[in-house]
Ligand binder design. Sequence first.
Ligand code: ATP
Ligand code: MG
Length: 409
Amino acid sequence: MGCFCCLVKSSKKSVTEDYSHTLNHKPTHFTASDNVKIVNGKKEDGSKGDQLALDVKNLNMKEGVSEDGKEGNRAQTFTFSELEAATGNFRLDCFLGEGGFGKVYKGNLEKINQVVAIKQLDPNGLQGIREFVVEVLTLSLADHPNLVKLIGFCAEGEQRLLVYEYMPLGSLENHLFDVPPGRKPLDWNTRMKIAAGAARGLEYLHDKMKPPVIYRDLKCSNILLGEGYHPKLSDFGLAKVGPSGDKTHVSTRVMGTYGYCAPDYAMTGQLTFKSDIYSFGVVLLELITGRKAIDHTKPAKEQNLVAWARPLFRDRKKFSQMVDPLLEGRYPVRGLYQALAIAAMCVQEQPNMRPVIVDVVTALNYLASQKYDPEIHPVQSSRRSPGMKRDDDHRHNCSNEHETDGSSN
Ligand SMILES: Nc1ncnc2c1ncn2[C@@H]1O[C@H](COP(=O)(O)OP(=O)(O)OP(=O)(O)O)[C@@H](O)[C@H]1O
Ligand SMILES: [Mg+2]
């Protein structure tokens, strides 16, 4: 495996990690299932100087100040009837999807003449008032091309709704997995563009926001895509203000999504910026391999993506077996090696061995700038091992007529 230092310029800035002190939290156990949100472990110590005032009534959008001292986006308030009208009373044909926190609808808000996505929080769902307020506050402070914009919210009676900019291409998850027949799978360049954009969004949260923010819920379904597959991070309900001063972590309930959650965070409840780096590494692996973080349809040894990938990382000859078969060999060999090197660094067991986000951004910006053109560059043979086949790749004929030894590009 190539050294990460060879791929990126070293960064002066780093989040100091110190795990030398004994961690006295009991490990948190949770059942594994697809897209299961983890809400577990010890009670969050939100009261002690940690975080944000959590009273909806005190939401004061004017106090948001971003990196450069500018006021953040001011989220507008909407009445419930305005949002009802925008979605035709939450009509089925406006329904976009549903997550752990509630249903999402497409709507047309006449008041601002804009198509929007409206998330109606399920009162019995996992997102409580706290997450609602955190989401409004975080997104009101944030302003970056790789973060989804919060246009406004509604907190009327029992109703809690969030109004976002509409992302026309939906989530990365919908493009990467279970690709329906007739739809072209994402090509290599698009995958690298999405990875680099998502990393820039995370860099903004970690390094540019004041106070810095740990995202805590990075996963494919939370990367939304705009025109030209422009990626934006969404869903900040679980975001946490990062550690300040000499502190290296904040203690929290373990929350996130199974398969993306860093093992150190799952075990100890101590959340660091490196927890997000681990989740980013899982997303990058998903982009490269086309495999889900957790997939119960696969044989036991392949169900957890990181566990499946770790032994393969050690053997360069196996790299071509890791790549998504839907790419049909259309990827640059060097680019694949580099992308896998970054992913391997990010998902390291030891949090202090994972890179800081600025280095990930540098490496991925470079990779995304190296455009691959199958017309010019060789198409690789797909040397699959048993079990490497994607369920849906029977639809595609592998066009590997130009086999190479993979030494170029
Ligand atoms: N701003 C948006 N524009 C367009 N589609 C969106 C938008 N926000 C969400 N969606 C769609 O709604 C779906 C559900 O989103 P939601 O965030 O509620 O759930 P999730 O990301 O699958 O899970 P989780 O609750 O863990 O975040 C997404 O997968 C996406 O397809
Ligand atoms: Mg989501």
